[in-house]
Design a protein around this ligand. Structure first.
Ligand code: ADP
Length: 278
């Protein structure tokens, strides 16, 4: 495979014609989205434009009314796998998965989708009655049925990496927001997903805690993880994202290289939005 092919890579995520309504409120209206392997896409747009609903649809937390989601096989081009993707390069080689929401999607397909995409939530969503370590190994051990000793060893490594190994026996209430979100990120990584989804990962944090969390996410991007990030941090999006997708009213208004969309948007709605935030 040539370096160019490796850079563009096959799509890890392909979304086609995604529609979702809540009652009379058409929240997603024909969303298409492609994320090549190892690329980072930032989803930006005003509140209520449907960004979170897209992420939740990609993680089986929301059931779209129509459209399809395909998560490509990792390992199809094993030779070109970014060294860091998967943390230790041992992301399981799962076959590609295609969900067609025009037909009936089964719980088994939703479980398979969750096996491939892991979400980092705005409010961390850690289990309050579990320690940090228990939070991190819950998915690998109880959902993915991996051996506990292996899951603990990997959790230790990941926690160490984000500077939180000494907090492994702490409970979520004993953590700062920044620490809790780093645990949220570790918990997602521990699932060894093909795709990482971040939903406003820093918007609940005090300003002085934001940079630490963004630094971890940037590091993961540099390592070659494939990610979709919903964010209002446009400076961060400019540094980290390969592509920026601007949404409004349930449709994609504009998409392109981060520098183009953020510095030189073509559409007036994007211009207004970007001008307000940058
Ligand atoms: P964004 O992430 O861009 O702020 P969301 O995807 O959270 O937008 O929401 C898009 C729209 O969908 C909003 O009008 C919101 O009120 C509505 N919505 C989201 N989730 C639900 C739900 N579970 N039930 C009813 N309406 C919802």
């Amino acid at each position: 495979m040539s370096p160019t092919d490796a850079t563009v890579g096959p799509a890890v995520l392909q979304v086609r014609g995604l529609n979702k309504s809540f009652g009379a409120n058409a929240v997603l209206r024909g969303i298409d989205l492609d994320v090549p392997r190892g690329k980072v896409v930032a989803l930006i747009g005003p509140s209520g434009s449907g960004k979170t609903t897209i992420l939740r649809s990609l993680n089986g937390l929301e059931m779209p009314d129509a459209g399809s989601v395909t998560v490509g096989a990792r390992g199809a081009t094993a030779g070109s796998e970014p060294a860091g993707a998967g943390g230790s390069g041992v992301v399981p080689q799962l076959p590609a998965l295609s969900l067609d929401f025009d037909a009936k999607v089964t719980p088994k397909e939703i479980a398979a989708l969750r096996d491939r995409s892991a979400m980092v939530f705005q409010h961390y969503n850690l289990f309050p009655h579990m320690t940090v370590l228990q939070n991190v190994i819950e998915g690998p051990v109880h959902v993915q049925k991996r051996p506990r000793t292996e899951a603990v060893a990997e959790a230790d490594k990941l926690l160490d990496r984000v500077g939180l190994l000494e907090k492994k026996d702490a409970y979520p209430f004993e953590l700062s927001g920044g620490q809790a979100q780093r645990v949220g990120i570790v918990r997602a990584l521990a699932l060894k997903p093909q795709l990482l989804l971040f939903d406003e990962p820093t918007s609940a944090l005090d300003p002085e805690l934001v940079d630490d969390v963004l630094a971890v996410i940037k590091e993961l991007a540099d390592e070659g993880w494939t990610m979709v990030i919903v964010t209002h941090e446009l400076a961060f999006a400019r540094q980290t994202a390969d592509e920026v997708v601007f949404m409004d009213g349930g449709v994609v208004v504009e998409r392109g290289p981060a520098s183009q969309v953020l510095r030189n948007p073509r559409e007036e709605r994007t211009q207004q939005f970007v001008r307000r935030l940058l």
